[in-house]
Design a protein. Structure first.
Ligand code: AMP
Ligand code: TRP
Length: 324
């Protein structure tokens, strides 16, 4: 059975962009692939974390996967640091990754600007660790948002380089990026992606925002000039809101435009708030019903399954490289 691998960092609450750009695909893929979904805590510590908060966030992200429909009977759900081969393979791949290619990574450049006081080696090496996460499991596809495409391409390059140096060991995985939803934009600024680290909480809708907060954020969302409810390249704010509406309600943007023909922004925003709050309320009732101890058990079982695959691949790597 073909494999799929992906992960999300346990930093703050996840938002609609994480769901629509990535996790929505995970849920579909688990039906036809052998799926591995990871909580990448070693990535999270490349920016400063409070230990107590981090511990909570790791559990919350696992609960988020489950509440969004990732099914532990179909998918292996686990925590990156529970499988030591991730860090081990990262060291090995460091010996073939080039400074010049890591210096080109736009996420590193952005994060280095954002965390000027803490540009640590881990932040620079982040894409190599991500390549290790992926390559250990030989997945065909890696479902991610648009911002991670460059990292998956680096992963392919490192796989090919390793293979040509030491013989065929890794599969070159393909990024799986949606046509719509791959880049959900900030509600307060449609030129920036929706992000947990945005300066203003009005940028994003967190999956754990209360319905009142969601309604308020949507009513404050910026719109484009003009009055009609239509998408288009010159209407980035409306296009973004229509994309969210469309993906959450499973209707085409065209249909939604028809529904709101002759109506204004106020009506549209009211409708959008309804669609989003309904989704969020259903998510939250599933999230709140999850028992922490049961979730920890799922993560333990997941790590045990992941280890079997990771240990085998790491053994192969060591043998190929001449490590006794
Ligand atoms: P992160 O929160 O950076 O760990 O991202 C987790 C996943 O969500 C990755 O696959 C990202 O590409 C995706 N993602 C993050 N922000 C967005 C966004 N604004 N739109 C679409 N996908 C996103
Ligand atoms: N770098 C990804 C992000 O910021 C998270 C991530 C780490 C990941 N390892 C991965 C995603 C492996 C897919 C596959 O969103």
């Amino acid at each position: 059975m073909k494999r799929v691998f992906s992960g999300v960092q346990p930093t703050n609450n996840l938002h609609l962009g994480n769901y629509l750009g990535a996790i929505k695909n995970w849920v579909e893929l688990q039906n036809s692939y052998d799926a591995f979904y990871c909580v990448v805590d070693l990535h999270a510590i490349t920016v400063k974390q409070d230990p107590k908060q981090l511990r909570q966030n790791v559990l919350n992200v696992a609960k988020t996967y489950l509440a969004l429909g990732v099914d532990p009977d179909k998918s292996t759900i686990f925590v990156q640091s529970h499988v030591p081969q991730h860090a081990e393979l990262a060291w090995v791949l460091n010996t073939i990754a080039k400074l010049s290619e890591l210096e080109r990574m736009t996420q590193f450049k952005d994060k280095a600007k954002e965390h000027k006081e803490n540009i640590n080696m881990g932040l620079f090496d982040y894409p190599v660790l991500m390549a290790s996460d992926i390559l250990l499991y030989s997945p065909e596809v890696v479902p991610v948002g648009e911002d991670q495409k460059q990292h998956v391409e680096l992963t392919r390059d490192l796989a090919a380089r390793f293979n040509s140096l030491y013989g065929k060991t890794f599969i070159e995985p393909k990024p799986l990026i949606n046509k719509e939803g791959a880049r959900i934009m900030g509600l307060d600024d449609p030129t920036k992606k929706m992000s947990k680290s945005a300066a203003s909480a009005n940028s994003y809708i967190a999956l754990l925002d209360s319905p009142e907060v969601v309604a308020k954020k949507i009513s404050r969302a910026v719109t484009d000039s003009g009055t009609t409810i239509e998408s288009g390249a010159d209407r980035p704010a409306l296009t973004n809101l229509l994309t969210i509406y469309s993906l959450l309600s499973n209707q085409s943007i065209k249909n939604i435009e028809k529904e709101y023909a002759g109506k204004g922004y106020a009506d549209f925003k009211k409708g959008l708030a309804q669609v989003v709050t309904q989704f969020i309320s259903e998510f939250q009732s599933k999230f709140n019903a999850l028992d922490d101890n049961k979730v920890k058990k799922i993560l333990e079982e997941g790590a045990a399954k992941a280890k079997v695959v990771a240990e085998k691949k790491m053994e192969e790597v060591k043998t190929k490289m001449g490590l006794l």
